[in-house]
Design a protein around this ligand. Sequence first.
Ligand SMILES: [Zn+2]
Ligand SMILES: [Zn+2]
Length: 302
Amino acid sequence: MPDRLLSSMAVRLGGRIYLFDAGEATQIGWKKAKLGLRGLTLVAVTHLHADHCLGLPGMMMFKAQVNEPSPLTILGPPGIRGFVEDNRRMLDFHINYRVDFVEWHDGWDGPAYEDDQVRVIWKTLKHTRLCLGYRIEEHDRPGKFDPLKAEALGIERGPLWGRLQRGEAVAAADGRKISPDAVVGPGRRGRHIAYVVDTRPVKSIYALCRNVDAAFIEGMFLSAHREHAEAKGHLTAEEAAKISGRAGVASTILVHTSLRYTNDELQLLEKEASQHFPSVRVGRDMDVFAIDYPDQPSRPIP
Ligand SMILES: [Zn+2]
Ligand SMILES: [Zn+2]
């Protein structure tokens, strides 16, 4: 629609962008958000419905506009590889980077994707066709380094500090061995985000959303239109809010809202959801959120 984009969420971390769903014309939102051409590392597709995957060929062509782009990993349900390869063959579009496909299969155990920053977990949801929900977990960070303790133990500022921070034992000037736990606090958990759309309530949503710092959950309908949610395999805003509370989510952003509600009416979804879970808001096109570490609340960036 002229005033509403389709489903897509970009997670930006350390120069890389992990994209969740690519509805038609995702590259328009991408350009508006000035995300650049270089960072796109992963596209995780929930399911093969047009509003979640038709933008993928466009994003792939877009990424090919620079010299020597980084490789791209595409996660999705069975058929995602065929969808991309059929499009590529029929349209004969040029790709100048490596593409790795990972298709979900029954009995999948372990993460769908992992690099030196994050791991991505997927689980099947309950929609009108096979649909995957995602959880992205930043790796845990080492504990806080205490410079005063290090100095008290006779380790002066310098390369030895770095080695202790990386978990190595070092020798002090007088030869004593200093172990890292003498100066580094306990490890701190990384940030966790869930992306759950196109589903009825189902147990796997809890595993995806358990204690996340931010959950991007579908809030497609008001309770008054519950019968559409049930018939088409979607969540109401109220259901998304109740699940958030039970799963221990820190803050929830309602996404994939129905086009039956105008942009002005979206606040009704937020209002209904907030009666069941306090930290909820409606996500709108181009919204940007800073996801802070678990000890600080996440917040929207104006
Ligand atoms: Zn769908
Ligand atoms: Zn959808």
